[in-house]
Design a protein around this ligand. Structure first.
Ligand code: GLN
Length: 478
C-alpha cells in the first residue's frame, strides 16, 4: 500500500489502528519532499528533525490516549506567514528572511494539540500579495500538474505540496482568494472560512479585515476535519467569534435535495474561459440532478469588486507593513548614515516590487486629499457588495460559480502585467469583502488536462452547507 496515496483521514485511521506508525508516515513524506522539491519548490523551510521528534511524542501520546483527533499523527504543511516559535517565518520576503517568531500562532498550537505534525513552511507570494507564488523572494513554485505553469497564489506552496504528495494537508491564508485559487489551479480542495471563524493571532497581517486562515486538502472530508481543529474563538483575536461548536465532519451528508443554489450571471460573462464555463455549468447540472434547485440570478456590483478590494487591501497593507523598519526585527541595511537613511535603505532593499507597489497605492488612497475619493468610496462599495449577497441569500442557500476565470497560467505570463493579474481575482475577492465562507473543489479538466475549480459560497457561518454540497458533488463524480 502506498501511504502517500491515502487521504489524511484514511491515514489517521490507520495510525489509530496501529497499522502505520507516525514515524513511517513522516518518513514517507520526507522522502517525497527530498525526491520532488528540486522540481516543485513547495517549501521554504523543511523541518526534518523537528518532524521526526514530534512523531515520537505523538506516537506515545496516541498509545496513552492523549491524542484522539482523527488527524493525530498526520504530517502537514504550514504557509510561511503563520508564526512558528523558534522556526523562521519569512512571508517569502527578504525583510523577514531570518525572522524567528518568539511564539506560535493560535492555529499552530491547535494543530499541535491535535497531534498533527508540521513538515515545513510553504512558499507563497511575498506577504501574500499575488496570485502566482512568483513574487516570492525565494523563487517560484511550480504546478505539480504541469511544471511549466504556476500553482496559483498566494498559498501556492501549500496547494502544490498537497497536490504533489509532499503533505497530507496544509494551511493557507486567504485575503482575496489565496486559498481557493491555488487549490483550483492545483486540483485540490481549499476552504476560506467565514471571517472570525479561525483566529488570526500569529498570522502575519496583509489586510486584517479580510485575512482568514483555512485548510487545503486532497478532498472535502480532509478539509472539514482540519477546519474543525483550527476553528474557534480566541481571546487573542478580538475579531474571532466566541462560538462553542465548530464541528464540520457531521455535515458531510451525501444529499442535497431541496437545496437552493444561485449562479450569478455576471460570473459567467466576459473574461471567463470557455472550457472553465462549461465545466462549471456541467457541475451545476450534476447538482440539479442530485435534487438541488439551480438557477441564474443577477448579483449586484460584481464589476466593482476588484477595484474596491485593491483599494481596501492596499490601504490596510500600507499600514500593516509600516512596522518593518529595520529597528524591531527583520532585515536591516548595512550601509547607512542616520535613522532616516536606515529606514529608507532597509525598506528599499528588503521589499520586492509588488509589495512596494501596494504600499504606495495604499498610502495614496489613504492620503488626506484622496481619502474620500478612493478609500471611503471603496468602503461604500464593500457595503453594497455585502447587501447584494444578503439579498441573494434570502433566496438561495448557496452561490455557485467558477473559482478563477482560467486554469493555471504559464510561469511568467502575468508577472509583467499586474492589472491582468488583479483581474483574475474577480470571483474570489467579493467573498472576502463580504466576510463569507467559500470552498473551491475540482470539477473536471480543460483540454490541456489542467484542473478547473468550482467555487461554492455560503451564508455567514454556512460552512456546513457548502461542505455538504461539495461533498455530495465530490461523491457524484467519483
Ligand atoms: N491575489 C490577491 C492579492 O494579490 C489575493 C491574495 C490573498 O488572498 N492573499 O491580493
Amino acid at each position: 500500500m502506498e501511504i502517500t496515496k491515502l487521504t489524511a483521514l484514511e491515514l489517521g485511521r490507520k495510525i489509530q489502528a496501529g497499522e502505520i506508525s507516525v514515524e513511517e508516515a513522516v518518513r514517507t513524506q520526507l522522502d517525497m519532499i527530498r525526491e520532488r522539491e528540486g522540481e516543485y519548490h513547495c517549501y521554504i523551510t523543511v523541518l526534518e528533525e523537528e518532524a521526526l521528534a514530534c512523531a515520537k511524542k505523538v506516537q506515545e501520546g496516541i498509545r496513552t490516549g492523549e491524542y484522539t483527533s482523527p488527524l493525530a499523527g498526520v504530517p502537514i504543511a504550514v504557509k510561511d506567514n503563520i508564526c512558528t516559535e523558534g522556526i523562521r517565518t519569512t512571508c517569502a520576503s527578504k525583510i523577514l528572511e531570518n525572522f524567528k517568531p518568539p511564539y506560535n500562532a493560535t492555529v499552530v498550537k491547535k494543530l499541535d494539540a491535535a497531534g498533527m505534525i508540521v513538515l515545513g513552511k510553504t512558499n507563497m507570494d511575498e506577504f501574500a500579495m499575488g496570485s502566482t507564488t512568483e513574487t516570492s523572494y525565494f523563487g517560484a513554485t511550480k504546478n505539480p500538474r504541469d511544471i511549466t505553469r504556476v500553482p496559483g497564489g498566494s498559498s501556492g506552496g501549500s496547494a502544490a505540496a498537497v497536490a504533489a504528495g509532499e503533505a497530507f494537508l496544509a494551511l493557507g491564508s486567504d485575503t482575496g482568494g489565496s486559498i481557493r485559487q491555488p487549490s483550483a489551479f492545483c486540483g485540490v480542495v481549499g476552504i476560506k472560512p467565514t471571517y472570525g471563524t479561525v483566529s488570526r493571532y500569529g498570522l502575519i497581517a496583509y489586510a486584517s479585515s479580510l485575512d482568514q486562515i483555512g485548510p487545503i486538502g486532497k478532498d472535502v472530508a480532509d478539509c472539514a476535519a482540519m477546519l474543525s481543529v483550527i476553528a474557534g474563538g480566541d481571546i487573542k483575536d478580538s475579531t474571532s467569534v466566541q462560538q462553542k461548536e465548530f464541528s464540520y465532519l457531521g455535515a458531510l451528508a451525501d444529499d442535497i435535495s431541496g437545496m437552493r443554489i444561485g449562479i450569478p450571471r455576471g460570473y459567467l460573462g466576459k473574461g471567463l474561459d470557455d472550457e472553465v464555463r462549461s465545466a462549471v455549468l456541467s457541475a451545476a447540472d450534476l447538482l440539479r440532478k442530485r435534487g438541488a434547485m439551480v438557477e441564474e440570478f443577477d448579483l449586484e456590483a460584481v464589476d466593482y469588486a476588484i477595484p474596491a478590494y485593491y483599494v481596501i487591501a492596499c490601504a490596510e497593507a500600507s499600514s500593516n507593513l509600516s512596522r518593518y523598519d529595520g529597528v524591531k526585527y527583520g532585515f536591516r541595511t548595512e550601509d547607512y548614515e542616520g535613522l532616516e537613511e536606515m529606514y529608507r535603505r532597509t525598506r528599499t532593499e528588503g521589499f520586492g516590487e509588488e509589495t512596494k507597489r501596494r504600499m504606495m497605492i495604499g498610502a495614496f488612497v489613504l492620503s488626506s486629499g484622496y481619502y474620500d475619493a478612493y478609500y471611503n468610496k471603496a468602503l461604500k462599495v464593500k457595503a453594497v457588495i455585502k447587501r447584494g449577497f444578503d439579498r441573494a441569500f434570502e433566496k438561495y442557500d448557496l452561490i455557485l460559480g467558477p473559482t478563477a476565470p482560467t486554469t493555471a497560467l504559464k510561469l511568467g505570463e502575468n508577472l509583467s502585467d499586474p492589472l491582468k493579474m488583479y483581474l483574475g481575482d474577480i470571483y474570489t475577492v467579493s467573498v472576502n469583502l463580504a466576510g463569507l465562507p467559500a470552498i473551491s473543489l475540482p470539477c473536471g479538466r480543460d483540454k490541456a488536462g489542467l484542473p478547473v475549480g468550482l467555487q461554492l459560497i455560503g451564508k455567514p457561518f454556512g460552512e456546513r452547507e457548502i461542505l455538504r454540497a461539495a461533498y455530495c458533488f465530490e461523491q457524484s463524480i467519483k
